[in-house]
Write a new protein. Structure first.
Length: 303
């Protein structure tokens, strides 16, 4: 109830106030700030994945602008020799308005990344997007086998079937590369597991499937109860460290991140930046009021 109240009122609070908690999770508004934050992480031996904030656009002019913005970002990050790749949200390029135009926009971005021998991760959005995002991934993977990957969400009941159905895309020279996360959107029980234990069990089934099938997993979680079993699976399947990585969000659980790095595993941090930080923060809160508690903690504890 308290969480819901905070989530509902935050959009009406002054941006300055919201920024107090958001700044911990967002690298800044400009490319320069994101490059600076990435350089700091690179210095600690952490790779990054860069995300320009924005999603669910309303008209296709924005899609073109967003594509141009990503092309500029790729130029700037490559010029600065940042050790990292890029994440995109297809609804930022018009997925729910015109799938073909979205495909053309994301294709241009993947082509640009491929020219730099780099990689684009397609984030997974809410359940209305999953079929479309898998379709988009299939098309791009056929043309750019080494330069594109997808996110899969452990809370969705369909995910194990999806990854099994996508095995036709796996071949020797172009391994599948998924980021495995729990999933952040609020989905109906018909589509998604709701209980913590069920989501974690499905997460570990997905991860084990990936190790068994020589898929590269980005193990994206801050949950100790997944990280420890992930270590055990790495040990069980004797997976060498260039065949997986851990991933975390910017500003979240830096101590846990360090523990994983100190054990010699690779780590990548998701670095969101851009002018849409206010919209992003408040949308996330409306979707998941439980986040309000984390925000309150962030107000009092700056890790
Ligand atoms: P859980 O939610 O159980 O959190 C475990 C612990 O981590 C918490 O108890 C808390 O201590 C800490 N924690 C987690 N989030 C925190 C926060 N924001 N602030 C402070 N502490 C926090 N989702 C999606 O649907 N599509 C996507 O494309 C992506 N992409 C993505 C990339 C990367 C690199 C990560 C790490 C995550 C995503 N996600 C995502 C989000 C993901 O689905 C999930 O919602 C969050 O990672 C939280 O889940 P955990 O696995 O961390 O567990």
């Amino acid at each position: 109830m308290f969480n819901k109240l905070i989530a509902a009122t935050l959009p009406y609070m002054p941006q300055k106030f919201v920024w107090i908690f958001s700044k911990r999770y967002i690298a800044g508004e400009s490319i320069e700030e994101a490059i600076l934050a990435s350089k700091e992480l690179n210095k600690e031996g952490i790779k990054v994945t860069i995300d320009l904030l924005g999603e669910f656009i309303k008209d296709l002019h924005q899609a073109t602008e967003n594509k141009e913005a990503y092309l500029k970002i790729i130029d700037a990050f490559e010029e600065n020799k940042i050790d990292g790749n890029y994440s995109v949200k297809p609804t930022f390029f018009g997925l729910l308005i015109d799938e073909e135009i979205c495909y053309q926009n994301v294709r241009t971005i993947v082509e640009k990344a491929a020219e730099h021998n780099n990689f684009i991760r397609i984030d997974m959005e809410d359940s209305s997007c999953v079929d479309k995002e898998i379709k988009l991934f299939r098309r791009l993977k056929a043309e750019f086998p080494k330069h594109v990957g997808l996110v899969v969400q452990a809370y969705l009941r369909r995910t194990l079937t999806d990854i099994s159905n996508m095995m036709d895309l796996q071949n020797g020279s172009s391994k599948l590369n998924y980021r495995l996360c729990k999933g952040i959107y609020v989905e109906p029980e018909k589509l998604a597991y709701k209980k913590y234990e069920e989501i974690n069990a499905n997460y570990l089934k997905g991860l084990e499937f990936m190790f068994q099938n020589n898929i590269f997993p980005g193990i994206a979680t801050h949950d100790k109860n997944l990280i420890e079993p992930a270590f055990a699976l790495i040990e069980k399947y004797k997976v060498s460290k260039e065949k997986y990585e851990f991933q975390m969000l910017y500003g979240v659980t830096p101590e846990l991140r360090k523990m994983i790095l100190d054990k010699g595993h690779n780590m990548r941090v998701y670095v969101p930046f851009g002018k849409d930080w206010f919209g992003y923060s408040t949308r996330r809160l409306k979707e998941n009021p439980k986040m309000a508690m984390l925000i309150i903690k962030a107000l009092f504890h700056r890790g």
